[in-house]
Design a protein around this ligand. Structure first.
Ligand SMILES: CC(C)(COP(=O)(O)OP(=O)(O)OC[C@H]1O[C@@H](n2cnc3c(N)ncnc32)[C@H](O)[C@@H]1OP(=O)(O)O)[C@@H](O)C(=O)NCCC(=O)NCCS
Length: 268
């Protein structure tokens, strides 16, 4: 295994990635047992994100763990979080998310550390106005979060604040791997102070990092130890580079952008 950073972050832009027969070609790089996971969707955009997600995890583990891609096997943890089947003496946790034209991936091999990722596109609601749309999510937001969302006169900012909080909640839920079982209103996120670039939740010892993939798409990475151990210094240093909630777009997400050529080098 090569030396991994505490968190490895990859992004794949699937817009036009599978044009010109490349969808069929790339699907065949996957074992037959994984084809249904891609082909279950009706629309090409969904199929492309699902395919990108399965390719990205194989690309990463093949490249960084030095395991031939055909030998990689995946499973689910209790709670159904996908995991890599690997010997008991090696720790690996990973997570993926897809939205719009993006597929994102985070992995760690730090013993006991778990990771979650959520990619969110800030879409203007089509069939209702923004305040009405936001009110429909009230039961899944804490009182403080609702105040924060509506504490601005600009409706587009309200929407952006909502989606950022949503990304934080989902990234945490995905890190612990419980799917729909967690009440989202009990997870309350905020900036630690107006000056410090930290995103915190009431539950201790989890770290968050929010960044922008493009003007309309944000990504939140959550990491932490389920046994409540404090986060390591290097992870805390990474979390300190987050874009605070509500701030304007200021930096490209710190993800390695994976291209078709890189995928095809590893996966066939
Ligand atoms: C499982 C769940 C976390 C997926 O989130 P999503 O926003 O629908 O989709 P994303 O693109 O972010 O994530 C999909 C990936 O999550 C991963 N995933 C699936 N189940 C998971 C679980 N229990 N824990 C962590 N990750 C999981 C998979 O890798 C999946 O990608 P793949 O199918 O390509 O392998 C989500 O359905 C869920 O249960 N959310 C709980 C919070 C909630 O109520 N959300 C409502 C959203 S409107």
């Amino acid at each position: 295994m090569s030396t991994l950073p505490p968190l490895s972050l990859l992004a794949l832009n699937v817009k036009n990635l599978f044009d010109d027969g490349r969808f069929k070609e790339a699907l065949e790089w996957l074992p037959i047992s994984e084809h249904a996971h891609v082909n279950r969707f009706r629309f090409d955009a969904d199929k492309h994100r699902a395919l990108g997600s399965l390719l990205l995890r194989r690309y990463f583990f093949s490249k960084f763990l030095g395991v031939p891609w055909k030998e990689l096997c995946f499973d689910r943890r209790p709670g159904s979080k996908p995991t890599l089947k690997i010997g008991n003496d090696t720790w690996v946790d990973y997570n993926t998310s897809h939205e719009g034209e993006w597929v994102v991936f985070v992995a760690t091999s730090r013993p006991g550390l778990v990771v979650g990722i959520d990619c969110v596109r800030i879409d203007i609601p089509l069939h209702t106005d923004i305040p009405q749309f936001l009110r429909s999510f009230q039961s899944q937001l804490s009182t403080e979060e609702i105040e924060w969302i509506f504490y601005t006169n600009e409706e587009n900012n309200m929407l952006k604040r909502f989606y950022e909080l949503w990304g934080c909640k989902e990234s945490y839920v995905k890190a612990i791997g419980v799917g729909l079982q967690r009440d989202l209103d009990t997870l309350s996120f905020k900036n630690k102070t107006e000056k410090e670039a930290w995103i915190v939740m009431q539950e201790d010892n989890w770290g968050y990092h929010l960044s922008d993939l493009d003007n309309d798409t944000i990504v939140v990475v959550c990491s932490g130890y389920p046994d409540k151990r404090p986060l390591d210094h290097d992870i805390l240093a990474f979390c300190a580079t987050t874009r605070p909630l509500g701030a304007t777009y200021h930096q490209q997400a710190p993800f390695e952008l994976v291209r078709w050529e890189a995928l095809s080098n590893y996966l066939h």
